[in-house]
Design a protein around this ligand. Sequence first.
Ligand SMILES: [Fe+2]
Length: 188
Amino acid sequence: MDALVPLVDASEVIARLRASTGAYDDEPVDILEHCLQCAANLVLTQPDDEELQVAGLVHDLGWLTPKTGGVDVVFDARHDAIGSELVRNALGDRVAHLVGGHIRAKRYLVATDPGYANVLTPRSVETLVFQGGPFDAEDIAQFETDPDRDALLALRRADDAAKVPGADVPDLETWIQIIERVADAARR
Ligand SMILES: [Fe+2]
């Protein structure tokens, strides 16, 4: 992984999302489509939390590394931490925290919800192994102390339900003002 160059503002976030069209991390939809579906799911389940919705929109940008004329998908087990640092300056600490916790939420749910593994795609089951597998008791207890635990779990469930080929969801243009609003709030 090249040195991380953080995104500085809303326009860079939007440009990186736009560049993720046609980039696949071995799921049935491309990363932009997946992120739009994740954010749309959060609008339904968490209608009053724009930061969380925007976190859903950017949660997988850590898979991507820029190259001339577009992006490459880089398979790095730390895509949660990379994505978190990528968006922190532009979108603030809470969005960064939510992005940075989306794999921990998966590891928590695998360990605590007996039906959860059934909703994971084969690719997500495969990545669970190199992401560290289910949480142990200590990690579960630690996760439960997170003040944004419920938001992290909502993001994870929206993420898992966001891999539907051809789903009809609002496009990136719909999100521009919301991204700008969250970025403005992060600067204050
Ligand atoms: Fe995802």
